[in-house]
Design a protein around this ligand. Structure first.
Ligand code: APR
Length: 337
Protein backbone atom coordinates (compact mmCIF):
# COMPACT_ATOMS: atom_id res chain seq x y z
CA UNK A 1 0.00 0.00 0.00
CA UNK A 2 1.39 3.38 -0.97
CA UNK A 3 0.25 6.65 0.58
CA UNK A 4 1.18 9.87 -1.23
CA UNK A 5 0.63 13.37 0.14
CA UNK A 6 0.60 16.65 -1.78
CA UNK A 7 1.35 19.77 0.31
CA UNK A 8 0.14 22.89 -1.49
CA UNK A 9 -2.43 20.81 -3.37
CA UNK A 10 -4.77 23.69 -4.28
CA UNK A 11 -2.26 25.65 -6.33
CA UNK A 12 -1.43 25.91 -10.00
CA UNK A 13 0.97 22.98 -9.74
CA UNK A 14 -0.78 21.24 -6.84
CA UNK A 15 -4.12 20.68 -8.59
CA UNK A 16 -2.92 19.02 -11.80
CA UNK A 17 -0.34 17.10 -9.76
CA UNK A 18 -3.12 15.83 -7.48
CA UNK A 19 -5.17 14.86 -10.53
CA UNK A 20 -2.28 12.81 -11.92
CA UNK A 21 -1.76 11.15 -8.53
CA UNK A 22 -5.49 10.37 -8.35
CA UNK A 23 -5.37 8.46 -11.64
CA UNK A 24 -2.04 6.77 -10.92
CA UNK A 25 -2.21 3.01 -10.64
CA UNK A 26 0.69 3.08 -8.15
CA UNK A 27 -0.97 5.09 -5.37
CA UNK A 28 -3.50 3.60 -2.91
CA UNK A 29 -4.10 6.55 -0.59
CA UNK A 30 -3.80 10.20 -1.54
CA UNK A 31 -3.96 13.02 1.01
CA UNK A 32 -4.07 16.68 0.02
CA UNK A 33 -3.12 19.56 2.30
CA UNK A 34 -3.19 23.29 1.64
CA UNK A 35 -4.02 26.44 3.56
CA UNK A 36 -7.10 26.93 1.33
CA UNK A 37 -9.57 24.97 -0.83
CA UNK A 38 -8.34 21.41 -0.29
CA UNK A 39 -11.76 19.97 0.64
CA UNK A 40 -13.07 21.25 -2.69
CA UNK A 41 -10.17 19.88 -4.72
CA UNK A 42 -10.44 16.51 -2.95
CA UNK A 43 -14.24 16.34 -3.40
CA UNK A 44 -13.88 17.16 -7.09
CA UNK A 45 -11.20 14.51 -7.66
CA UNK A 46 -13.07 11.94 -5.55
CA UNK A 47 -15.65 11.66 -8.33
CA UNK A 48 -13.06 10.07 -10.59
CA UNK A 49 -13.33 6.34 -10.20
CA UNK A 50 -9.70 5.32 -9.84
CA UNK A 51 -7.61 3.31 -7.42
CA UNK A 52 -6.47 6.02 -5.02
CA UNK A 53 -8.67 6.88 -2.06
CA UNK A 54 -8.50 10.64 -1.64
CA UNK A 55 -8.91 12.94 1.37
CA UNK A 56 -8.43 16.69 1.68
CA UNK A 57 -7.10 18.45 4.79
CA UNK A 58 -7.13 22.21 5.14
CA UNK A 59 -5.65 24.78 7.52
CA UNK A 60 -7.90 26.61 9.99
CA UNK A 61 -9.85 29.40 8.26
CA UNK A 62 -7.64 32.43 7.71
CA UNK A 63 -4.49 30.67 8.97
CA UNK A 64 -2.45 31.45 5.86
CA UNK A 65 0.81 30.75 7.65
CA UNK A 66 -0.37 27.31 8.74
CA UNK A 67 0.54 27.82 12.38
CA UNK A 68 -2.54 27.21 14.57
CA UNK A 69 -3.27 24.06 16.54
CA UNK A 70 -6.18 23.19 14.27
CA UNK A 71 -3.88 23.46 11.24
CA UNK A 72 -1.29 21.32 12.98
CA UNK A 73 -3.85 18.57 13.40
CA UNK A 74 -4.80 18.82 9.69
CA UNK A 75 -1.12 18.40 8.78
CA UNK A 76 -0.85 15.47 11.18
CA UNK A 77 -3.86 13.73 9.65
CA UNK A 78 -2.60 14.32 6.12
CA UNK A 79 0.96 13.18 6.75
CA UNK A 80 0.60 10.25 9.12
CA UNK A 81 1.48 7.02 7.30
CA UNK A 82 2.87 8.81 4.23
CA UNK A 83 5.38 7.01 2.04
CA UNK A 84 5.89 9.90 -0.39
CA UNK A 85 5.34 13.62 0.23
CA UNK A 86 5.36 16.01 -2.74
CA UNK A 87 5.68 19.71 -1.94
CA UNK A 88 4.63 22.37 -4.47
CA UNK A 89 3.48 24.83 -1.74
CA UNK A 90 4.52 28.43 -2.11
CA UNK A 91 3.46 31.87 -3.18
CA UNK A 92 3.86 33.41 -6.59
CA UNK A 93 5.70 36.74 -6.87
CA UNK A 94 3.31 39.67 -6.55
CA UNK A 95 3.83 43.22 -7.84
CA UNK A 96 6.20 45.12 -5.56
CA UNK A 97 7.68 41.94 -4.08
CA UNK A 98 11.42 41.47 -4.43
CA UNK A 99 13.07 38.10 -5.04
CA UNK A 100 14.31 38.27 -1.45
CA UNK A 101 10.78 38.83 -0.14
CA UNK A 102 9.63 35.84 -2.15
CA UNK A 103 12.52 33.74 -0.92
CA UNK A 104 11.77 34.52 2.72
CA UNK A 105 8.09 33.58 2.33
CA UNK A 106 8.67 30.34 0.42
CA UNK A 107 11.57 29.40 2.69
CA UNK A 108 9.32 29.78 5.76
CA UNK A 109 6.55 27.75 4.11
CA UNK A 110 8.96 24.91 3.27
CA UNK A 111 10.52 25.04 6.75
CA UNK A 112 7.10 24.73 8.41
CA UNK A 113 5.99 21.87 6.17
CA UNK A 114 9.24 19.93 6.60
CA UNK A 115 8.96 20.32 10.38
CA UNK A 116 5.58 18.62 10.09
CA UNK A 117 7.05 15.84 7.91
CA UNK A 118 9.79 15.30 10.51
CA UNK A 119 7.13 14.85 13.19
CA UNK A 120 4.45 12.86 11.40
CA UNK A 121 6.18 10.88 8.63
CA UNK A 122 9.92 10.86 9.37
CA UNK A 123 10.55 7.90 7.10
CA UNK A 124 8.76 9.24 4.02
CA UNK A 125 10.48 10.18 0.77
CA UNK A 126 10.22 13.98 0.43
CA UNK A 127 10.07 15.57 -3.02
CA UNK A 128 10.58 19.35 -2.96
CA UNK A 129 9.17 21.38 -5.86
CA UNK A 130 8.82 24.76 -4.08
CA UNK A 131 11.30 27.23 -5.51
CA UNK A 132 14.08 28.16 -5.29
CA UNK A 133 14.90 24.43 -5.13
CA UNK A 134 18.66 25.20 -4.95
CA UNK A 135 17.93 26.76 -1.53
CA UNK A 136 14.74 25.06 -0.31
CA UNK A 137 16.33 21.59 -0.40
CA UNK A 138 19.22 22.71 1.87
CA UNK A 139 16.58 24.26 4.17
CA UNK A 140 14.69 20.97 4.25
CA UNK A 141 17.89 19.06 5.02
CA UNK A 142 18.78 21.39 7.89
CA UNK A 143 15.29 21.09 9.40
CA UNK A 144 15.38 17.29 9.16
CA UNK A 145 18.90 17.20 10.64
CA UNK A 146 17.79 19.35 13.57
CA UNK A 147 14.88 16.98 14.19
CA UNK A 148 17.30 14.04 14.07
CA UNK A 149 15.50 12.29 11.20
CA UNK A 150 17.50 13.30 8.12
CA UNK A 151 17.87 10.49 5.61
CA UNK A 152 19.67 12.05 2.61
CA UNK A 153 18.68 9.09 0.45
CA UNK A 154 15.05 10.18 0.78
CA UNK A 155 15.24 13.94 0.25
CA UNK A 156 14.89 14.95 -3.40
CA UNK A 157 14.86 18.32 -5.14
CA UNK A 158 12.68 17.77 -8.20
CA UNK A 159 14.62 18.85 -11.30
CA UNK A 160 12.69 16.66 -13.73
CA UNK A 161 11.19 19.63 -15.59
CA UNK A 162 14.69 20.51 -16.79
CA UNK A 163 15.07 16.95 -18.08
CA UNK A 164 11.64 17.08 -19.72
CA UNK A 165 12.54 20.38 -21.40
CA UNK A 166 15.90 19.05 -22.62
CA UNK A 167 14.21 15.96 -24.08
CA UNK A 168 11.53 18.03 -25.77
CA UNK A 169 13.65 20.90 -27.10
CA UNK A 170 16.27 18.58 -28.62
CA UNK A 171 13.49 16.84 -30.50
CA UNK A 172 12.29 20.23 -31.74
CA UNK A 173 15.65 20.52 -33.50
CA UNK A 174 15.73 17.00 -34.89
CA UNK A 175 12.05 17.14 -35.84
CA UNK A 176 11.59 13.71 -34.26
CA UNK A 177 9.22 14.62 -31.46
CA UNK A 178 7.70 11.60 -29.76
CA UNK A 179 9.13 9.10 -32.20
CA UNK A 180 11.60 7.83 -29.65
CA UNK A 181 12.47 8.40 -26.03
CA UNK A 182 15.73 10.23 -25.57
CA UNK A 183 17.45 10.19 -22.22
CA UNK A 184 19.44 13.34 -21.41
CA UNK A 185 21.15 13.81 -18.06
CA UNK A 186 20.60 17.34 -16.74
CA UNK A 187 22.80 18.15 -13.77
CA UNK A 188 23.65 21.01 -11.40
CA UNK A 189 20.81 23.07 -9.98
CA UNK A 190 17.28 24.09 -10.89
CA UNK A 191 17.48 27.70 -12.00
CA UNK A 192 19.03 29.53 -14.94
CA UNK A 193 22.75 29.01 -15.41
CA UNK A 194 22.91 26.41 -12.62
CA UNK A 195 21.08 24.01 -14.97
CA UNK A 196 23.50 21.97 -17.12
CA UNK A 197 22.10 19.66 -19.81
CA UNK A 198 24.68 17.08 -20.92
CA UNK A 199 23.70 16.55 -24.53
CA UNK A 200 26.97 14.70 -25.20
CA UNK A 201 25.68 11.93 -22.93
CA UNK A 202 22.25 11.56 -24.51
CA UNK A 203 21.03 8.02 -25.06
CA UNK A 204 20.56 7.30 -27.90
CA UNK A 205 23.05 9.94 -29.02
CA UNK A 206 21.67 13.12 -30.54
CA UNK A 207 23.14 15.12 -33.37
CA UNK A 208 22.99 18.83 -32.60
CA UNK A 209 24.48 21.20 -35.20
CA UNK A 210 27.19 23.14 -33.34
CA UNK A 211 25.71 26.52 -34.30
CA UNK A 212 22.47 25.52 -32.52
CA UNK A 213 24.01 24.24 -29.29
CA UNK A 214 24.29 27.57 -27.38
CA UNK A 215 20.67 28.44 -28.09
CA UNK A 216 19.49 24.96 -27.11
CA UNK A 217 21.36 25.02 -23.78
CA UNK A 218 20.05 28.51 -23.10
CA UNK A 219 16.49 27.40 -23.87
CA UNK A 220 16.74 24.56 -21.34
CA UNK A 221 18.26 26.87 -18.71
CA UNK A 222 15.71 29.64 -19.16
CA UNK A 223 12.72 27.66 -20.48
CA UNK A 224 10.67 28.80 -17.49
CA UNK A 225 10.84 32.39 -18.76
CA UNK A 226 9.09 31.40 -22.01
CA UNK A 227 6.11 30.27 -19.96
CA UNK A 228 6.09 33.32 -17.68
CA UNK A 229 6.13 35.59 -20.74
CA UNK A 230 3.43 33.65 -22.56
CA UNK A 231 1.22 33.72 -19.44
CA UNK A 232 1.66 37.49 -19.48
CA UNK A 233 2.35 37.94 -15.78
CA UNK A 234 -0.35 35.50 -14.64
CA UNK A 235 2.05 32.84 -13.37
CA UNK A 236 4.84 30.42 -14.15
CA UNK A 237 5.01 26.81 -15.35
CA UNK A 238 2.33 24.77 -13.62
CA UNK A 239 1.07 22.04 -15.97
CA UNK A 240 4.48 20.92 -17.26
CA UNK A 241 5.81 21.13 -13.69
CA UNK A 242 2.95 18.98 -12.43
CA UNK A 243 3.69 16.43 -15.17
CA UNK A 244 7.40 16.43 -14.30
CA UNK A 245 6.77 16.18 -10.54
CA UNK A 246 4.40 13.29 -11.09
CA UNK A 247 6.81 11.50 -13.44
CA UNK A 248 9.51 11.73 -10.80
CA UNK A 249 7.16 10.66 -7.98
CA UNK A 250 6.14 7.58 -9.97
CA UNK A 251 9.82 6.68 -10.47
CA UNK A 252 10.42 6.94 -6.72
CA UNK A 253 7.36 4.79 -5.98
CA UNK A 254 8.23 2.17 -8.63
CA UNK A 255 11.72 1.85 -7.13
CA UNK A 256 10.20 1.60 -3.64
CA UNK A 257 8.09 -1.28 -4.89
CA UNK A 258 11.23 -3.07 -6.10
CA UNK A 259 11.48 -2.16 -9.79
CA UNK A 260 15.14 -2.21 -10.79
CA UNK A 261 17.17 -0.01 -13.09
CA UNK A 262 15.42 3.33 -12.51
CA UNK A 263 17.83 6.27 -12.85
CA UNK A 264 16.68 9.90 -12.53
CA UNK A 265 18.56 13.16 -12.19
CA UNK A 266 17.61 14.77 -8.87
CA UNK A 267 19.04 17.41 -6.54
CA UNK A 268 20.47 15.60 -3.51
CA UNK A 269 22.73 16.10 -0.49
CA UNK A 270 25.86 14.51 -1.92
CA UNK A 271 27.80 13.58 1.25
CA UNK A 272 24.81 11.53 2.41
CA UNK A 273 24.26 9.33 -0.64
CA UNK A 274 26.41 6.44 -1.90
CA UNK A 275 28.78 7.72 -4.58
CA UNK A 276 28.05 11.35 -3.69
CA UNK A 277 31.11 12.08 -1.57
CA UNK A 278 33.42 12.02 -4.58
CA UNK A 279 31.15 14.35 -6.59
CA UNK A 280 31.02 16.75 -3.63
CA UNK A 281 34.82 16.78 -3.52
CA UNK A 282 35.09 17.40 -7.26
CA UNK A 283 32.48 20.16 -7.38
CA UNK A 284 33.12 21.76 -3.98
CA UNK A 285 29.36 21.83 -3.27
CA UNK A 286 27.27 19.55 -1.07
CA UNK A 287 24.09 19.73 -3.12
CA UNK A 288 23.96 18.92 -6.82
CA UNK A 289 21.60 17.27 -9.23
CA UNK A 290 23.08 14.09 -10.69
CA UNK A 291 21.57 10.95 -12.19
CA UNK A 292 20.67 8.76 -9.21
CA UNK A 293 19.94 5.05 -9.17
CA UNK A 294 16.73 4.63 -7.17
CA UNK A 295 15.80 1.67 -4.98
CA UNK A 296 13.42 0.67 -2.17
CA UNK A 297 15.13 3.02 0.30
CA UNK A 298 15.60 5.98 -2.03
CA UNK A 299 18.89 6.92 -3.70
CA UNK A 300 21.04 3.80 -3.93
CA UNK A 301 23.83 5.43 -5.89
CA UNK A 302 24.65 8.85 -7.28
CA UNK A 303 26.28 8.44 -10.68
CA UNK A 304 29.17 10.76 -11.44
CA UNK A 305 28.71 12.38 -14.86
CA UNK A 306 31.61 14.85 -14.49
CA UNK A 307 34.38 12.74 -15.98
CA UNK A 308 32.59 12.16 -19.25
CA UNK A 309 31.45 15.78 -19.77
CA UNK A 310 33.16 17.45 -22.73
CA UNK A 311 35.05 20.77 -22.50
CA UNK A 312 31.99 22.82 -23.47
CA UNK A 313 29.97 21.15 -20.72
CA UNK A 314 32.80 21.49 -18.18
CA UNK A 315 32.63 25.27 -18.60
CA UNK A 316 28.89 25.19 -18.00
CA UNK A 317 29.44 23.08 -14.89
CA UNK A 318 31.97 25.60 -13.51
CA UNK A 319 29.44 28.41 -14.04
CA UNK A 320 26.71 26.35 -12.37
CA UNK A 321 28.85 25.65 -9.32
CA UNK A 322 29.46 29.38 -8.77
CA UNK A 323 25.74 30.12 -8.66
CA UNK A 324 24.93 27.04 -6.62
CA UNK A 325 27.41 27.90 -3.85
CA UNK A 326 25.52 31.13 -3.15
CA UNK A 327 22.07 29.52 -3.41
CA UNK A 328 23.01 26.68 -1.04
CA UNK A 329 24.58 29.06 1.45
CA UNK A 330 21.40 31.22 1.40
CA UNK A 331 19.29 28.16 2.25
CA UNK A 332 21.56 26.86 4.99
CA UNK A 333 21.85 30.23 6.71
CA UNK A 334 18.08 30.77 6.52
CA UNK A 335 17.49 27.41 8.23
CA UNK A 336 20.07 28.13 10.92
CA UNK A 337 18.66 31.60 11.73
N1 APR B 1 1.02 25.15 3.56
C1 APR B 1 0.41 24.53 2.51
N2 APR B 1 0.15 25.14 1.34
C2 APR B 1 0.50 26.41 1.23
C3 APR B 1 1.14 27.13 2.27
C4 APR B 1 1.40 26.43 3.49
N3 APR B 1 2.01 27.00 4.52
N4 APR B 1 1.37 28.39 1.83
C5 APR B 1 0.90 28.46 0.57
N5 APR B 1 0.36 27.27 0.20
C6 APR B 1 -0.31 26.91 -1.05
C7 APR B 1 -1.18 28.05 -1.62
O1 APR B 1 -2.40 28.17 -0.89
C8 APR B 1 -1.37 27.58 -3.04
O2 APR B 1 -2.52 26.77 -3.18
O3 APR B 1 0.60 26.62 -2.09
C9 APR B 1 -0.10 26.75 -3.33
C10 APR B 1 0.83 27.39 -4.33
O4 APR B 1 0.15 27.51 -5.53
P1 APR B 1 0.34 28.74 -6.54
O5 APR B 1 0.33 30.01 -5.77
O6 APR B 1 -0.64 28.56 -7.63
O7 APR B 1 1.84 28.55 -7.05
P2 APR B 1 2.37 27.49 -8.11
O8 APR B 1 2.44 28.12 -9.45
O9 APR B 1 1.65 26.20 -7.96
O10 APR B 1 3.90 27.32 -7.62
C11 APR B 1 4.19 26.82 -6.33
O11 APR B 1 6.28 25.78 -6.95
O12 APR B 1 7.63 25.87 -8.88
C12 APR B 1 7.35 26.37 -7.64
O13 APR B 1 8.09 28.61 -7.97
C13 APR B 1 6.98 27.83 -7.71
O14 APR B 1 7.49 28.07 -5.42
C14 APR B 1 6.44 28.02 -6.33
C15 APR B 1 5.68 26.73 -6.09
Amino acid sequence: MVKAVVLGASGGIGQPLSLLCKISTLIDDLALFDVVNTPGVAADLSHISSKAKIEGFVAAKGDMKGETEETESAKKNALTGADVVIIPAGVPRKPGMTRDDLFNINASIVKGLIEACAKYCPKAAILVISNPVNSTVPIAAEVLKKAGVFDPKKLFGVTTLDVVRAETFVQDISGERNTSKVDIPVIGGHSGATIVPLFSQAKPSVNIPSEKLDALVNRVQFGGDEVVKAKDGAGSATLSMAYAGFRFAESVIKAMKGEKGIVEPTFVYLPGVPGGEEIAKQTGVDYFSVPCELGPSGVEKANNPLGTANDYEKKLIDEAIKGLKTNIETGVSFAKK
